[in-house]
Design a binder for this molecule. Structure first.
Ligand code: IPE
Ligand code: MG
Length: 230
């Protein structure tokens, strides 16, 4: 979800106003995703690296996160959405962590859609954490190194319970990954749009899904193989 700051600056507003408008996009995209019947969406809301932004901006983002968790609580629960979080959640201030933990627990049995917030999240950091856990299991004899494969490794990542990543959308014209789901994007389709996140609403999501639907996903195979293997 990129481009909040540029959106605000272009209007002569403070960056935080961009984040505020971006929260409206989050609401619209979450609703649209649920209505479309998507199994899971993950929103990259705050990276491990974002902590280094000016303290005032970080504080504003934390306030907006709290407002989102409190303001959207009943709609999330009413719509059978399971709220999850990935990232270094313990770094979040209690004003965010408490409503986050509460909503995770209250929605944990919901199955209509999983809405995951990536908070204090980094793809490389997640991989390092997985390797730490793998090393512990190897040292204690729970895991034999020769038994480690792609599927087992995936099981150590915070996304283990999510379905495979099909589509990654980045807004605001930047064509880079910025430390998001580095392992999980292996065969994801990437869609880059110039639309700034505060202007990214459901019609843009539909357009991205249309682009996705017209891609041929080969997973290393040939087109002919895919055609014969109906
Ligand atoms: C993305 O918008 C939101 C967060 C990182 C929280 P930015 O704040 O990165 O917006 P730009 O890139 O400065 O426009
Ligand atoms: Mg940015």
């Amino acid at each position: 979800m990129d481009g909040n700051g540029r959106w605000a600056e272009a209007k002569g507003q403070r960056r935080l106003e961009g984040h505020r408008a971006g929260a409206d996009s989050v609401r619209d995209i979450t609703r649209a995703s649920r209505e479309l019947g998507l199994e899971a969406i993950t929103l990259y809301a705050f990276s491990s690296q974002n902590w280094a932004r000016p303290a005032e901006e970080v504080a504003g983002l934390m306030q907006l996160l709290r407002e989102f968790l409190i303001g959207e609580r009943s709609e999330i629960l009413d719509n059978q959405i399971r709220l999850e979080a990935i990232g270094d959640i313990d770094k979040l201030p209690p004003m965010v962590k408490e409503p986050l933990d509460e909503l995770r627990a209250a929605s944990s049995h919901h199955r209509a859609m999983t809405l995951t917030l990536a908070l204090s999240y980094g793809g490389r950091e997640s991989i390092v954490r997985a390797v730490q856990a793998i090393a512990r299991d190897a040292a204690s004899g729970v895991l034999r190194p020769e038994d480690l494969d792609v599927a087992r490794f995936s099981g150590y990542l915070p996304t283990a319970a999510l379905p495979p990543l099909d589509l990654l959308i980045r807004t605001s014209g930047e064509q880079r990954i910025s430390n998001f789901m580095l392992w999980e994007i292996a065969y994801a389709e990437l869609v880059f749009t110039d639309v700034l996140w505060p202007e990214f609403r459901r019609q843009h999501l539909y357009e991205c899904l249309d682009v996705y639907a017209n891609r041929e996903r080969r997973f290393g195979l040939t087109s002919a193989q895919l055609a014969s293997d109906v």
